[in-house]
Structures are given as C-alpha cells and as structure tokens.
Design a protein around this ligand. Structure first.
Ligand SMILES: C=C1C[C@]23C[C@@]1(O)CC[C@H]2[C@@]12CC[C@H](O)[C@@](C)(C(=O)O1)[C@H]2[C@@H]3C(=O)O
Ligand code: AKG
Ligand code: FE2
Length: 354
C-alpha cells in the first residue's frame, strides 16, 4: 500500500475544524443599519460585545463592488507566470500561500496594495490600469464608510470632536496607513487535502487585524469565522461561521481601536476556512493611522464619569506609536497575540495582612 506523506509545508498550518450548522450565527449576527436613527449606539454596542458587525444600508453602489470583484477574478484567473510577475508580496504585491514573512501558510492567493491618501500608491503598482481604476473607486467608497463608522464610534462613546478617530485614517492630508487586500481562496476538496501541497482547510489562519478598522466584502462563498467569547476573562471562545452576504460589508475592530478605547472594544480573532467546493473572493480595506500617531486610550474615555477627588481610569496599555506597533506586528506570526507585550501589569493588590 502506498502511503502518501503529508507535504512538509502542511505541518505549519494549524488545522481547523470545518464549520458546522450549529456554529452558524443565524439571527444572533450583529447587524447595523447605518442609515437608521441610533446607529451610533448600535455600532458601539456591537464593537464592545462582538468586535465586529455586518453593515447594511451602507450606500455603496453594487457597481463599485462588482467592478473591483470582476477585476480581482480576472487577475486571479490569469496565468501563474503573469501573477508571479507582480510578486512575491513583500509585503505588497501578489502572494500565494505564504502570509507575511514569518512562516505562515494558507490555502489562498492574494494581492496586497498600498493606499496613499485617497487612491492606490504609485509605489505598489496595480497589475492593470483597469484594476487600478476599479480599486481607486472602491477605496473612495471604503474611506467614506470608514469615516461614517469611526464618527459613529466617537459619537456613541461621547468623544468630541466627532472626527477624533476618523481623521486619523481618512482626514484630509493625513499620511495615514491604509491597505487594500484582494484574497482568492480556491476550493479545497477533502480528497485533495493529502495530495496537493498546502491544500488544507486553513484558508487564512486565526489572527486579529492590527489597524483601527477593517472593512470586508466577500462573494457568496462561506469561510469566515470569528471567535466569540463566552467569558472574556476565562479566555474560552467558540468559532462561529459568519454567513456570506455580498450585499453587505463586515466591519472588524482592529488592535489599535481596542487600545484607543482602553479595551472597551475588542479586536476580534477571525480566520477563513477554505470551502470544499467553491472559490471565495474577498476584498478588505484596512484603515490605519499615520506612522507617528500615538496609540493610547482617548483621554475623554479615561476621565468620563470621574467625579471630584476621584481618580481617572488608567490606561491598560504601555504607550506606542502605530509605526512601532506595525514594525512589531510584521515580525510576529499571524496567530500571535500582538497586544500582549503592551498590556500593563495591573497595580499590585495591597495585602491586608501585611
Ligand atoms: C503574518 C503576518 C501577515 C500580516 C503581517 C504579519 O506579520 C502579522 C499581521 C498580518 C496582517 C493581518 C491583517 C492584514 O491582512 C495584514 C495585511 C496586516 O496588516 O496584518 C496582514 C499582514 C500581511 O499579510 O502581510
Ligand atoms: O478573506 C477574508 O474573508 C478575511 C481575510 C482577513 O481576515 C485578512 O485579510 O486580514
Ligand atoms: Fe483579518
């Protein structure tokens, strides 16, 4: 009998359980209608409780999404040599299976594009002018949604001015750090799992996004899962499948927003499980601040509700700039808890017997 050895690279991929029906969110999925009264409060509640939410009534035209998705599909369907001409990703450009530079692997290919202001950066060229045009139009729409959501976060938390967070990412003239990512997860049928190098249920391993917010769109192929905490302090969590909905977007809280809200909002761990039969295509906008931006809790959140003579809330994190955090993030493995080294030790509890 011939026994097929698993390819070495597969050892690096943490195998994940396939989604089952019970793992589905169903009616419990946090959904925010951005056009509804009280949306700011809903945004804050969803970010605090789940670290992500689905956006409906977002005002982004189907054409804007459809044009970029069609360009992404066309690019990923082109000959391997044509795609490789735009890689390897370092970090920008075309990448296949390798995620980052520290040994993470996934069953996907992707195009990572830097954004400069309101459009793609000239220094990370898009594979074609039609993809560039579609991406620029899409980035414009994502910047608009990032502004709306971050303004709602500030409003819902009682932080003034309303643009305190939004301006860091999409402010006029802000040299912010934005990225556009196009992902393609080919199907991974169980039969292929031992035969094809890297074909595994892991499309994109579990991680949190380092920026303030990420805005994710996918086609109708499932695969995204988020970690839900039953008891945050006990650290136990359950992976739950987020049903795909190409008419909506998902907003995901990033590590930087967790710190700026002193841990009230949580950057949610998420991952993608490759589909057995269908290709998944996703497009994600990552909104980060300028490199020199100090990442620390918003002052108004620390002093809110503090009465005369009372002490203000202490930051739970050591201070850092986005540039420092980003540098550390790119040296880390995908699944690492990148905020852990920045957590402040709680002050020692006084021993009443001493
Ligand atoms: C393994 C890695 C890939 C990543 C950089 C990192 O070292 C750790 C964070 C990863 C991540 C996750 C969110 C985004 O997809 C991403 C572009 C980012 O900013 O941080 C990726 C990075 C990447 O793919 O290069
Ligand atoms: O492709 C997806 O659905 C999610 C990918 C993701 O989390 C990422 O690129 O950071
Ligand atoms: Fe992510």
């Amino acid at each position: 009998m011939v026994v097929l050895a698993k390819p070495a690279a597969l050892e690096q991929i943490s195998l994940v359980r396939s989604p089952s029906v019970e793992d589905n969110f169903g009616a419990g999925l946090p959904v925010v209608d951005l056009a509804a009264d009280g949306a700011a409060g809903e945004v804050v509640r969803a970010c605090e409780r789940f670290g992500f939410f689905k956006v409906v009534s977002h005002g982004v035209g189907e054409g804007v999404v459809g044009r970029l998705e069609a360009e992404a599909v066309r690019f990923f369907a082109s000959p391997q040599a044509a795609k490789d001409a735009h890689g390897p990703a370092s970090p920008f450009g075309y990448g296949s299976k390798r995620i980052g530079r520290n040994g993470d692997m996934g069953w996907l290919e992707y195009l990572l594009l830097a954004i400069d202001g309101a459009s793609l950066s000239r220094s990370s060229p898009a594979p074609s002018s039609s993809l560039r045009d579609a991406a620029n139009e899409y980035v414009g729409a994502m910047r608009g949604m990032a502004r709306t959501v971050l303004e709602m976060v500030a409003e819902g938390l009682g932080v003034a001015p309303r643009g305190a967070l939004a301006d860091m990412v999409v402010g006029d003239g802000a040299a912010s750090d934005q990225i556009l990512r196009l992902n393609h997860y080919p199907p991974c049928p169980p039969l292929l799992q031992n035969l094809m190098p890297n074909c595994s249920p892991t499309g994109f391993g579990e991680h949190t996004d380092p920026q303030l917010i990420s805005i994710l769109h996918s086609n109708s192929t499932s695969g995204l899962q988020v970690a839900l905490h039953h008891d945050a302090d006990a650290g136990d969590h359950q992976w739950v499948t987020v049903p795909p909905d190409p008419a909506s977007f998902l907003v995901i809280v990033g590590d930087s927003l967790q710190v700026m809200t002193n841990g009230r909002m949580r950057s949610v761990r998420h991952r993608v499980v490759a589909n057995k039969l269908k290709s998944r295509v996703s497009m994600i906008y990552f909104g980060g601040p300028p490199l020199e931006q100090r990442i620390a809790p918003l002052r108004q959140l620390l002093v809110a509700g503090v009465g005369d003579g009372e002490e203000e809330e202490q930051s739970r994190y050591e201070e850092f700039t986005w540039g420092e955090y980003k540098k550390a993030a790119y040296l880390s493995r995908l699944g690492d808890n990148r905020l852990a080294p920045f957590h402040r030790q709680p002050p020692p509890v006084a021993n009443p017997l001493a």
